[in-house]
Design a protein around this ligand. Structure first.
Ligand code: SAH
Ligand code: DHB
Ligand code: MG
Length: 225
């Protein structure tokens, strides 16, 4: 067994060992599928990674761009202390509605606020509101927007904020300068802006698993923006 079948088998093996059956997370995936949402949430192992990073970071305020059905939201929110808060930005009302029901089931409605609208609008609102800096920001909305989302994320960061960006490898297509895929183009622009950004230090980890071959950028804000 090689390739995708093997990555999925090993992801199942890891999930069976380390992530016991979890009704709220399973219901989040099942209700998202039943509502016809695309199956593009993070994998269980990636969700647990986000959760661990939130805890390692001691995050009390988390910002997420791209809620979908709230699967990654639940993993991240569960990494917060009792008085922690997560704001998740979503443009699609149907996605937000499915996510809200999933957050109710997970008992997280007092912790998570979903803000409906284009992320760019909501990000500028958050800045205008004088929103306190976030400790962790997870960028996972439309890939064409990533370069702009980085700039807004920096405005909402402090020295020590951890920014995580999903889907930055795209089956390896990100290394192809000739790619005609708009998503790949958006990610390449993001990576170039990120590489030139002096206020952060970054790595990209390539990942394989049940969600195929992709990658996560881990970005530490090293100056007070
Ligand atoms: N974080 C989720 C997956 C998000 S999928 C998880 O891992 O479980 C990407 C989401 O971003 C979709 O729900 C899509 O509707 C939303 N999105 C796309 N463009 C957006 C925009 N401009 N503003 C806010 N959300 C957007
Ligand atoms: C896509 C978006 C995602 O956030 C993801 O994790 C996988 C795929 C997409 O738009 O294709
Ligand atoms: Mg993603």
């Amino acid at each position: 067994m090689t390739g995708q079948d093997q990555w999925s088998a090993v992801d199942s093996y890891i999930a069976d060992l380390f992530f016991p059956s979890d009704p709220a997370l399973e219901a989040a995936l099942a209700s998202s599928a039943a509502a016809g949402l695309p199956a593009i949430s993070v994998s269980p192992a990636q969700g647990k990674l986000l959760h661990l990073l939130a805890r390692i970071q001691g995050a009390r305020r988390i910002l997420e761009l791209g809620t979908l059905g709230g699967y990654s939201t639940i993993w991240l929110a569960r990494g917060l202390p009792a008085d922690g808060r997560l704001i998740s930005l979503e443009v699609n009302p149907k996605h937000a509605e499915v996510a809200h029901a999933n957050l109710v089931r997970a008992g997280l409605t007092g912790v998570v606020e979903i803000r409906l609208g284009p992320a760019l609008d909501t990000l500028s609102q958050l800045v205008n509101e004088g929103s306190a800096p976030f400790d962790l920001i997870f960028i996972d909305a439309d890939k064409q927007g990533y370069a702009d989302y980085l700039q807004w994320s920096l405005k909402l960061s402090r020295q020590g904020t951890l920014i995580i960006a999903d889907n930055v490898v795209r089956k390896g297509a990100v290394a192809d300068p000739e790619s005609k895929d708009e998503n790949v183009h958006g990610i390449r622009k993001f990576n170039e802006v990120l590489a030139a950004e002096k206020r952060v230090t970054t790595t990209v980890i390539q990942t394989v698993g049940s969600k195929g071959y992709d990658g996560l950028a881990l970005i530490l804000v090293t100056e007070n923006p």
